[in-house]
Design a protein around this ligand. Structure first.
Ligand code: GN1
Ligand code: MG
Length: 360
């Protein structure tokens, strides 16, 4: 189990900050309770946010050097007038991270007047989300995949996730198996359907691999999408991963651990807006990739639900949880969205065909 944000004193954080090339002055630190993996702090000069200081979860990311190389390679390519630049602040030793007694830490610039949204009902926000995800891929299109390390090998590989799930079942507390019985059965049934997906025709690309809506930065002033954040999982993947992860959070107006299933929805107007935003970029997708997208919107919530279920059975080893059964609630909610997305496949196919007529 990871340390809580409150486990670090301001003095410890100030000392960590001193290892990076920043002006010497007293900063304040505000824990940002975002993400389920790392510990994140906003570093402020008075009231002004200046940096993001982050402890990288070394249990999840064992190759911190590889991870930071991936991030820095991608950031060099992610430069465009309509894409905000995140800067990595080097340590006084010229490295992108520091290894201290308190773990592995890095420092990044904070983009002024920016914000994130966990969910949205606003068409323009969905459009901007699609536009920025597309722009990210366009800017990284020609990257040499060999420069990128697989920091979490087979991250979105269903066969691996199935093996981990089977192992969790074999070792789980019988009471938990009983509580989750219905969801375990759904997972097994769906695994058989989704494992058959053909990926051979798809182009491996440098992907973000965690494109949920709250990993997209928006301008507070104009509402325009600025860039993607949380770059830890930048590595090889398929475009349908990034598409599906964005869709599951953009078109569902409920949070990912919503307990009232009637609140979980697939809003068609938000899907159309997202796809329009994506299509506002010059075309970069192949026909095979385009055809893989509707299934991506089913696959991504399912694989996240499966991982949450596995972690529930393994007593919350991986994700941070606010309460004991949160992983199970996330699983139920994610599976529910996956089912709702499955019903929308014909709708998604029609809309994508309409919006990307030039791809053949
Ligand atoms: C984790 O920590 P965070 O929220 O950025 C996870 C993603 C999941 C997400 C669920 C490395 O990301 O795959 O989609 O939780 N990241 C990792 O919200 O496992
Ligand atoms: Mg993440």
């Amino acid at each position: 189990m990871e340390l809580k944000d409150s486990a670090y004193s301001p003095e410890q954080l100030q000392e960590l900050l001193g290892q990076f090339v920043v002006e010497e002055r007293e900063f304040s630190f505000k824990p940002l309770h975002i993400g389920l993996i790392n510990d994140t702090f906003l570093v402020c000069d008075g009231d002004t946010p200046m940096y993001i200081l982050q402890r990288i979860n070394h249990t999840v990311f064992s190759n911190v050097g590889g991870l930071m190389n991936n991030v820095s390679s991608a950031l060099q390519a992610l430069r465009a007038s309509d894409y905000s630049e995140i800067q990595l602040i080097k340590t006084v030793d010229g490295s992108y991270f520091t290894k201290a007694a308190l773990g592995y830490w890095r420092l990044m610039s904070f983009i002024a007047d920016s914000t994130t949204y966990n969910t949205t009902t606003v068409k323009e926000t969905a459009f901007e989300a699609g536009r920025v995800v597309g722009k990210f891929h366009l800017l990284l299109e020609d990257q040499d995949l060999l420069k990128y390390t697989d920091t979490i090998p087979r991250f979105h590989d269903l066969t691996l996730r199935e093996q981990q799930f089977a192992m969790a079942i074999a070792n789980a507390d019988p009471l938990k198996l009983k509580t989750a019985k219905e969801h375990i059965a759904f997972a097994k049934e769906t695994l058989n359907t989704l494992k058959g997906i053909a990926i051979d025709a798809l182009k491996p690309r440098v992907c973000h691999n965690d494109t949920k809506l709250n990993n997209i930065l928006f301008s507070k002033q104009t509402g325009k999408g600025l860039c993607l954040i949380d770059l830890d999982t930048i590595m090889k993947g398929y475009f349908f991963y990034d598409f599906g992860d964005a869709i599951r959070t953009v078109v569902n107006t409920a949070p990912e651990d919503e307990k009232q299933l009637d609140k979980i929805c697939f809003k068609e107007y938000l899907f159309i807006a997202f796809a329009e935003g994506l299509a506002s970029n010059p075309t970069f997708l192949s026909r095979a990739e385009l055809e893989s997208l509707p299934m991506g919107a089913v696959f991504m919530p399912f694989i996240h639900g499966l991982r949450a279920l596995t972690d529930y059975l393994e007593n919350n080893r991986y994700y941070k949880v606010a309460y004991e059964n949160q992983n199970l609630d996330r699983c139920i909610s994610l599976f529910d969205f996956s089912k709702k997305a499955l019903d929308k496949i014909p709708f998604m196919e029609t809309e994508l065909q309409r919006l990307f007529p030039e791809i053949d």
